[in-house]
Design a protein around this ligand. Sequence first.
Ligand SMILES: Nc1ncnc2c1ncn2[C@@H]1O[C@H](COP(=O)(O)OP(=O)(O)OP(=O)(O)O)[C@@H](O)[C@H]1O
Ligand SMILES: C=C(C)CCOP(=O)(O)O
Length: 250
Amino acid sequence: MIVLKLGGSVVTDKDRAETLDGEALSRAADAVADALESPSESLAEGLVVVHGGGSFGHHNASEHGVSTTAGTHDPAAIQDIHGAMTTLNAFVRSRLLERDVPAVPIHPFSVGHRDADGELHLPTGQVRTLLEEGFVPVLHGDVIAHAGEGATIVSGDELVAELARALEADRIGLCSTVPGVLDDDNSVIDRIESYGTVADVLGESEATDVTGGMAAKVRALLALEADASIFGLEGLEGFLEGEGAGTTIE
Ligand SMILES: Nc1ncnc2c1ncn2[C@@H]1O[C@H](COP(=O)(O)OP(=O)(O)OP(=O)(O)O)[C@@H](O)[C@H]1O
Ligand SMILES: C=C(C)CCOP(=O)(O)O
């Protein structure tokens, strides 16, 4: 099966609070729908979609001083962040449903937690069952219970890594606004095998982002068994059809 992340920076306008990039979201939804109509070998075993926050969630988290490690005990802050993310989740699912993709929601705040060491625990029995029943589960970066911290942020990238591990994904794709991981000359790096070789070019996101931008993505993906790809919207269709796209993280 395939775990696909639609970056928040792709499906939203990251510079304007709570604003969708409707055109980009439609393009992504079209690519998913087309691929599911004549699925490649790995896609035939199912697709889990995770989306990030973009201009939904990051602004709220930043305003409340909440990150992946700094938590809050304020229920209003949790409502703000979770509410923004569930709103975006409804938009993403409705675009997919309009194209007959059987998208259904899973909200990480309701099912997962971090322990006192910050490690993420995410039950996946419901994801597996929904996949087996022919659905496309759609998860999202969220606020999440955190022992000793109240609640912190879990990024879509962390969820992708956890789902890929637990469900033994065949392929993992992160669709972002960049065509891949870029080197000093802005050329796409083909393959990354270790963090050390690319650490100097990896940075944070250019927009408000509490979860670490490209550096955090590469770190999370390097820890996985299966190869993962980071690519732009133009690479999504090809990736879902089984082709290589953007940067491969081994
Ligand atoms: N070496 C690099 N190559 C490519 N992008 C980089 C690099 N270093 C930093 N970046 C930044 O990382 C961003 C991608 O990370 P970002 O977290 O914004 O993506 P996303 O997953 O699509 O969005 P979100 O986190 O909202 O879901 C790029 O837009 C770019 O600004
Ligand atoms: C900020 C929140 C709530 C979600 C972050 O998810 P990401 O955009 O995948 O990093």
